[in-house]
Design a protein around this ligand. Structure first.
Ligand code: SAH
Ligand code: SF4
Length: 371
């Protein structure tokens, strides 16, 4: 006869907290290759996995049919696999499309797909909000909420590339959406590494990727070393007083330092730095401003984009008249500069430069927000 004893009821053992898995899209190629090596797997397997993620746009590890089941299991155990979560797409009368992507923590980020003649340009964001406080910019109104992770930067490209590719290729990427890219330096450089990886990454030509900055001078030097992409600088004024008023970053890195850093920036032969100049009525749009701008940029290989101010609810500034804009352009032309007037697209859906706010409920886009 057996006697059974009933164990006194004891509380269940605590389940050890699992460390969150690393998102595979937040690794560089070098890191993934190293990981494969540590698992005793061949390096070319890392390339294979990257090609599934970025070229074939697989949605999970199990879709990677030429990777062994055992390796896929190992990948599933060690990494998460984030996907772009499109919350809303607003389509402008001019054909541009604004994507609102939801992030895992409930924040939102905006990305704008702009049709050109035979290709698309994608304007991506690098931060949720922005800390730089420029007085003309809607993104500044929220302040900085947080930096985007490498994966969140890449998922904007992956999320827009499919819809874009239906009629013409997505060929250009501009880092000109929400945020200051040089204030999220490491994640931006890591994402750019994948975007411009011509073997296993997204395969964008470095000549077709442009980073726009408000002018964090010490980072310009780093950028020249770490990425061989095009540079755009938001200038917006020709004297320190006006620029500091419009862009607080100028108090820290005034025009002399910024222009010197631009003159020192390593450019590919025949390449130029694009200077963006928002024309704001009665603030920076006089003929004297145009002449001062021409003088200021002399030491730099420069071209100029003139952007008539895009009005938005967070600013009282106004757009100058068209004749004023044309007069400004003519002076720059006469001084020998290429100066293009850019009326940014997507105004009717708040997708134009400086209008991105990453709001979940946006009256202009008709995005209903959470139900
Ligand atoms: N933070 C970076 C990139 C994002 S801003 C930068 O400042 O360069 C992208 C561009 O939008 C900048 O050139 C900025 O000057 C421009 N911009 C911001 N607000 C604008 C507005 N209301 N109208 C027109 N252009 C604007
Ligand atoms: Fe930030 Fe650029 Fe807007 Fe300035 S213009 S607040 S740097 S996003």
């Amino acid at each position: 006869m057996t006697s059974s004893t009933i164990a006194p009821e004891s509380p269940p053992a605590p389940v050890p907290a699992l460390a969150p898995k690393t998102d595979i899209k937040s690794l560089t190629k070098e890191e993934l290759t190293r990981w494969f090596g540590q698992q005793g797997l061949q390096a070319y397997r890392a390339s294979q996995v990257m090609r599934w993620i970025y070229l074939k746009q697989a949605e999970n590890f199990d879709a990677m049919t030429d990777i062994s089941k055992k390796t896929r299991l190992l990948l599933n155990e060690n990494f998460s696999f984030s996907l772009p979560e499109t919350r809303h797409v607003a389509v402008s009368a001019d054909g541009s499309r604004k994507f609102l992507f939801s992030l895992a923590d409930g924040n939102y980020v905006e990305t704008v797909l702009i049709p050109e003649k035979d290709h698309y340009t994608l304007c991506i964001s690098t931060q949720v909000g922005c800390a730089m406080g420029c007085r003309f910019c809607m993104t500044a109104a929220s302040g900085l909420i947080r930096n985007l992770k490498q994966a969140e930067i890449l998922n904007q490209v992956l999320g827009a590339a499919g819809p874009a590719g239906e009629d013409k290729p997505l060929r250009n990427i501009v880092l000109m959406g929400m945020g200051e890219p040089l204030a999220n330096y490491d994640n931006v450089i890591r994402a750019l590494g994948i975007i411009t990886d011509s073997d296993d990454g997204l395969q964008f030509s470095t000549r077709r990727v442009t980073l726009s900055t408000s002018g964090i001078v010490p980072r310009l030097q780093d950028l020249g070393r770490d990425a061989k992409i095009n540079l755009a600088v938001s200038l917006n004024a020709t004297d320190n007083k006006t620029r500091s008023r419009l862009m607080p970053v100028n108090a820290k890195y005034p025009l002399e330092q910024l222009i010197q850093a631009c003159a020192d920036y390593p450019l590919a032969p025949r390449n130029k730095i694009t200077f963006e100049y928002i024309l704001i009525k009665n603030i920076n749009d006089t003929p004297e401003d145009a002449r001062r701008l021409a003088g200021l940029l002399r030491p730099v290989k420069a071209k100029i984009n003139l952007i008539p101010f895009n009005p938005h609810p967070a600013s009282d500034f106004e757009r100058p008249s068209e004749s004023r804009v044309l007069a400004f352009q003519r002076i720059l032309h006469d001084k020998g500069y290429t100066a293009v007037i850019r009326y940014s697209k997507g105004q009717d859906i708040s997708a134009a430069c400086g209008q991105l706010a990453g709001q979940k409920a946006d009256a202009k886009t008709g995005c209903p927000g959470p139900q």
